[in-house]
Design a protein around this ligand. Structure first.
Ligand SMILES: Nc1ncnc2c1ncn2[C@@H]1O[C@H](COP(=O)(O)OP(=O)(O)OP(=O)(O)O)[C@@H](O)[C@H]1O
Length: 790
């Protein structure tokens, strides 16, 4: 039995009075026994019954875990106690004292464990961050009533990633983000997506005039929410789409990457929610279902909407339903969710498992399909179809078998939902096609067939949804510079490294077409002392989120990713996108490139091409530019992407270190692979009842040797490197990295960390390899047609 007392200090922004008052309340020891709390038994799967003395599990809801920033001690606080605390704070001090007396009887706040033992990797990481950078701890899942005013200062990178601003965060009433954030890695108590959603303002106390939003017909409460985000005016897609949505229309919205599509649908959802009577049963039902193609994007949308709803009285509760995190928790969060954001697979899993969700989902006001062209095609087709079908199905499985008690009444249940569909890459023919007008079945139409079919299945409530094209002239952001670098296929690694060296300490995002390339390139770059992070779909979900978190937090970091990062991720300050592998489609090129130059920022997109790929790339990029300007007709494909200058002499000087780094990375991967293969073969041998001999068995199982022998041979070579050889190589690489690479100009050098290269990038004293302006010539406004780019 544990008996402890609760102590928690909370600085208050608005002066010492309240803070002292609170300390007075909180400073009181509230003894508690863990077994006095409202523990609930958890139903165990059959196979775990009485499992080796493991008799059962109990759980408790509404308990916050609070980490003292100074001592690192962890305490737990129940919501109930928290609410009382708030009440106490609002009342006069005498009353507080009286309530405190009463509270002592049923205290529910206690000090439990210290974090010293059993820290997870993420916690260790967070602790490290906390030491480097003090920040306020926000509890995930706080309700509006529970959230507290906190002072905090946070360093932020400016858009160049070089200088930091200190910013203060004002009080917010956090919406109930029912995101499964207890599973999401946190940084200083904030989830990564809280961090991403923080509006990048220099001074959060500065009031912003939001009168430019008034013509959109929003309520004062919504305008206040927007003012808190410091968004002085709507973007084009927002000013076009919001009034149409509020007028009850279905909308298909197209706007370039980074142009604010999330709030184009998020603001009308909030406005509608605020239109529901406070405390009414409707406020307890799901209002909007938002479907996203990737988990990271779903969490980001939740965080973005959560941020919008911060400070709103009785804020909507937001649940994030994605794979890779605990389904049980998500199911519980769904019970009270107003806005549900999820990926199709997990959504389908949760919907189809019952739990009363379906009945209320059938009555949602908004079905929102973000990145719709991806969601309604590729691998998501089936699950999306199931979800749409089930939402529209008459209750054939029995009349409202799982209807919640507080469901809308019969009249209300006729409310038809609005369907909102958004992406940066819709094709022009789509609008006519949906309206059944397009007679011409061109190539474009064939490619889009599955999507059009499903879009029809969405059952827009209007015959013709409003098609809003906010950027008819470009799918790409206006601040984006594009270029390509040509090199032989076997030297892509070297050129990748070189680009990063010529473009040092910038937040860079590298796209590959395969998971194995991510696995290979990340250690390759790390070996070269570059802060590379991996992101691909086979990583455990927490590791995925952690990579995004670190990438977003650390200036100059590098994310090596598959196209799982291509859509929607809104990470501020990404300065360069490098296509290590060429995008397979024009749309992928648009979305990948759209991770930089977001909003009013600028950024670069660089393709690394083998000579035989150049022609195809030029066609693909020309197609992107042609699609944008086509107005439905076949456009001229005259756009000419430029080849960027890079001094190949300097690249060749980087070769020895790049080769060593590659050999080392390959050796580690080959050894790991061998281990897992050995495990597999050992198991197979056991199953067959034969003695395990790896070579023999491998040969036997694979049949003839020789297939894929080139790769296999290389792997074998990499594997056969001894520890001593690897150590020697590491030492050699270390020595090389410590040396400066002569760039052949004045006294400037390339080093492993990119020191001294900064000035080279701006062309200072080195017009020879960097071109006249800008590191890779990307700052040159002219784009092709001039004979450049050969
Ligand atoms: N009215 C506004 N004023 C200033 N910034 C805004 C405004 N609306 C949204 N933003 C910011 O712009 C950034 C991009 O928004 P968002 O992620 O919604 O873009 P998107 O159009 O969905 O991009 P993508 O197509 O890549 O998914 C976000 O950081 C968001 O906070």
């Amino acid at each position: 039995m544990v008996q402890t007392s609760a102590k928690r200090s909370r600085p208050h922004k608005n002066g010492e009075m309240k803070s002292r008052k609170r300390q007075k309340v909180e400073g009181q020891s509230r003894k508690v026994r863990l077994d006095q709390l409202q523990w609930k038994p958890v139903e165990m799967p059959d196979r775990l019954d009485d499992y080796e003395g493991f008799f059962g599990l109990e759980e408790i809801d509404d308990v916050d875990v609070v980490r003292d920033e100074v001592t690192g001690a962890v305490t737990f606080e129940s919501r109930k106690a928290e609410e009382k605390l708030k009440k106490a704070e609002e009342g006069n001090s005498n009353k507080v004292e009286e309530e405190r007396e009463d509270e002592e009887g049923d205290a529910e706040s206690w000090e439990g464990f210290s974090e010293d033992e059993g820290q997870t990797e993420a916690q260790e990481e967070n602790a490290q961050h906390a030491a480097e950078e003090p920040a306020t701890v926000e509890q995930p899942g706080q309700t509006a009533k529970e959230s507290k005013k906190k002072d905090k200062k946070r360093k932020r990178d400016d858009t160049n990633g070089e200088s930091n601003h200190e910013t203060k965060k004002t009080q917010t009433n956090k919406p109930q983000q029912k995101d499964d954030l207890s599973d999401v890695p946190e940084l200083n108590g904030k989830s990564v997506f809280d961090i991403l959603a923080d509006a990048p303002t220099d001074d959060e106390d500065v009031e912003v005039d939001v009168s430019a939003w008034e013509p959109l017909g929003l309520s004062p409460d919504t305008l206040e929410a927007i003012a808190r985000l410091k968004f002085a005016q709507p973007t084009t897609i927002q000013s076009s789409a919001i009034p149409e949505i509020l007028a009850g229309h279905d909308v298909i919205g197209k706007a370039s990457t980074g142009s604010g599509k999330t709030l184009a649908f998020g603001i009308p959802v909030l406005e509608t929610y605020l239109g529901l009577t406070q405390g009414s049963p409707e406020r307890k039902l799901p209002l909007a279902l938002i479907v996203s193609p990737t988990r990271e994007l779903a969490h980001q949308i939740s965080a973005h909407l959560s941020k919008l709803c911060s400070g709103v009285d009785e804020a909507p509760s937001i649940a994030t339903i994605t794979g890779g995190l605990s389904v049980q928790k998500q199911q519980r969060q769904l019970e009270t969710a107003n806005i549900i954001v999820g990926t199709p697979g997990r959504l389908w899993e949760v919907i189809s498992s019952g739990h009363g969700l379906l009945a209320s989902l059938k009555k949602i006001r908004f079905l929102i399909v973000d990145e719709a062209d991806r969601l309604l095609s590729e691998g998501h087709f089936k699950e999306m179809k199931e979800i749409i079908n089930v939402l529209d199905r008459e209750d054939s499985e029995g009349p409202n078998e799982d209807e919640p008690e507080n469901a809308r009444d019969t009249e209300d249940s006729k409310v038809e939902r609005q369907t909102l569909v958004f992406s940066a890459t819709f094709h022009k023919g789509l609008q006519q096609k949906l309206a059944g007008k397009n007679k011409k079945a061109g190539e474009l139409m064939n490619k889009q067939e599955s999507m059009e079919y499903l879009l029809r299945k969405l059952h827009f409530r209007e015959e013709k949804p409003k098609f809003i094209d906010a950027n008819p002239t470009s799918q790409l952001a206006s601040g984006l510079k594009e270029g390509l670098i040509e090199c032989v296929g076997t030297e892509k690694d070297l050129y990748l490294y070189s680009i990063l060296m010529f473009h040092p300490n910038r937040r860079s995002l590298i796209f590959t077409n395969s998971i194995s390339a991510v696995r290979r390139l990340t250690p390759f770059l790390q070996n070269l002392n570059l802060p590379a992070l991996p992101l691909h779909s086979q990583m455990p979900q927490k590791a995925r989120l952690r990579s995004v978190e670190r990438f977003a937090e650390r200036a100059g970091s590098i994310l090596v990713a598959t196209d799982v990062a291509a859509r929607g991720l809104d990470i501020p300050g990404v300065e360069i996108v490098i296509h290590y592998h060429l995008p397979r489609t024009a749309d992928t090129y648009v979305h990948r490139s759209g991770r930089t130059a977001r909003g009013s920022a600028s950024g670069s997109s660089v393709l690394i091409c083998a000579p035989e790929e150049v022609a195809g790339v030029r066609r693909l990029v020309a197609k992107v530019h042609a699609q944008a300007s086509s107005s439905g007709k076949k456009a001229k494909t005259t756009h000419f992407i430029r080849t960027l200058d890079i001094d190949r002499r300097i690249v060749s000087r980087l070769k020895p270190r790049a080769s060593l780094a590659k050999t080392l990375a390959d050796a580690v991967i080959a050894k790991e692979k061998k281990h897992s293969e050995d495990d597999f073969l050992r198991q197979a041998a056991e199953d067959l009842g034969v003695e395990y001999d790896s070579d023999e068995l491998e040969a036997g199982m694979r049949g003839k040797r020789g297939r894929g022998s080139g790769r296999k041979k290389k792997e074998k070579e990499a594997r056969s490197l001894s520890k001593a050889e690897l150590q020697a190589m590491r030492a050699e690489l270390k020595a090389l990295l410590a040396q400066r690479v002569n760039t052949g100009v004045s006294a400037r050098y390339l080093t492993s960390g990119g020191v001294d290269v900064q000035s080279l990038l701006s062309g200072v004293g080195n017009t020879a390899f960097l071109g006249e302006v800008g590191g890779l010539g990307l700052d040159d406004e002219e784009e092709g047609g001039s004979g450049e780019g050969k």
